[in-house]
Design a protein around this ligand. Sequence first.
Ligand SMILES: C[S@@+](CC[C@H](N)C(=O)[O-])C[C@H]1O[C@@H](n2cnc3c(N)ncnc32)[C@H](O)[C@@H]1O
Length: 266
Amino acid sequence: MSANGIAAVAESYQKFNPRAYLQNNYMPPRANFASEEFAVPWKLRCLADAFATGEICGRTLIDIGTGPTIYQLLSACDYFEEIVATDYLEVNRAEIKNWLLGEDSSCFDWSPYIQYTCKIEGNGEPWKEKEQKLKKKLRRILPIDVHQAKPLGSSLSQPADALVSAFCLEAVSPDRPSFDRALRNVTTLLKPGGHFLMIGALDESFYLAGEAKLSVVPVSEADVKESFAKSGYRTRSFRSYVMPPSLKIGVDDVQGIFFIHAQKTA
Ligand SMILES: C[S@@+](CC[C@H](N)C(=O)[O-])C[C@H]1O[C@@H](n2cnc3c(N)ncnc32)[C@H](O)[C@@H]1O
């Protein structure tokens, strides 16, 4: 893959608008908590079920390409001492910092997500406690570039016990070889035997975030499984979601969502 393709992706992200992205994907109709037929509760269910196995735990979890969102960390926070958020864009890292500080009244409201996660986890945990727990564990918000051999530079001295990543690699890679290389790059951040939970878009070619139109490399279920196998993972579970017509709202051309739980073999 040419460096030009990656440079063009980086250029297109300069116009990424976190607020527009949140509006498009994390508000109704996609964030409808009435049923798991809707995209957001489906994603929260995948994560809650994976962590409920109790197998995915340890000292550090890194979220690759956190963006302006924290939903992907809600079930994780019971199982790790520290959670590290990462993103390429300062605007997204600032969005997470604002949420952590809780002082900006225009901050995105994640409370329905936290309440829903507490409900499906079924432990009777008050949602405010979960919110505080995540805020306490989310101590570092680091710059990342998945196209670098060392995506976090020298920020972390030890490999993580687990990785999470949602809608990142396919949304920042101009083609399949570049997606595979990015996967290999982030795999260096994970210890052998560590777990990787990835959620992503199936067969998507673009999405909108305000004025930005971001290209996405379309991947199929088979592509995702093959990429993980080639990068030295064993697939532990795989689920997919078909985007219903009612959620095709013109903000992207996504056909579905995948969830993979993979374990690094060596
Ligand atoms: C589609 S958003 C996903 C955000 C969030 N994880 C979610 O689940 O909605 C893609 C994210 O990748 C980030 N990104 C762009 N270029 C990147 C790169 N080279 N390395 C890592 N992340 C990058 C963007 O800033 C953006 O936050």
